[in-house]
Design a protein around this ligand. Sequence first.
Ligand code: COA
Length: 253
Amino acid sequence: MSNHVRTSTADRVASIEIHRPEKKNALTGEMYDAMSEAILRADGDIGVHVVLLHGQADCFTSGNDLTDFVAASQAQGEGVPSPASRFLGVIRTARKPVVAAVGGVAVGIGTTMLLHCELVYAAENARFQMPFVPLGLAPEGGSSLLLPMVAGYQRAAEMLLLGRPFGAEVARSAGLVNEVVSADRLLARAREAALAVAALPVESVRITKEWLKRPYAAALEERMAEEIRVFGERLHSPEAKAAMGAFFQRKRG
Ligand code: COA
């Protein structure tokens, strides 16, 4: 269990709250494990119909904890820390629908995990970013395959190559987000949607989710394995080490 991931179940909805505000909800191994366990528990619980994933209205997550990436980049032969890879595998294959509520920053895996969710609600203050290339890394979370499918080739190329932040409306028009709401309504709106899905015939929901994902499931599994491998290699690249060092240097400077 992690103090930074809060879980609760009510009305057939399993809620997972990322809660590490002092570090902009940056994800540690312990947090990934807690999130994976919560999704797996929900999948195995007939009393749960839907998973609701959220942070706070002003912060979803700043992505992987860069301290862990720096440690992995310095350890010989280490790749992407395995809790992160495991979490990506769990959310990729989750059987129950996942609804996400995104407010504030959603960086790196904070954006790519959304590509695996069924319904995504964003607050007007949401700020998405996939800065893998500027960081000297490589796309992860299946984004190199899923993003062009969702957003179209040029938009995906822009988001992944330039890696710049973009807002909720851009995310909505690119197909990453279902609806944009005000920050104060974000969680209520996502919960309302989760409850609506939770009230639907379970087996029909299960079949529909499976069929929606099946056409690209094998290709996605293969690509995500390749992404994880290459990402792990890129963590050792001089560019990645310099970019991550610069982030923490900026903090000290
Ligand atoms: N890993 C580790 N620590 C992080 C972090 C991350 N991904 N994101 C933020 N933090 C920490 C900061 O170091 C800072 O800690 P400190 O107060 O001990 O110095 C604290 O969280 C607050 O972050 P700060 O940068 O001051 O907030 P901000 O509002 O100015 O900027 C972000 C927010 C998310 C834009 C910025 O923190 C950022 O770019 N983070 C890195 C995101 C990233 O590259 N993720 C990995 C992608 S692969």
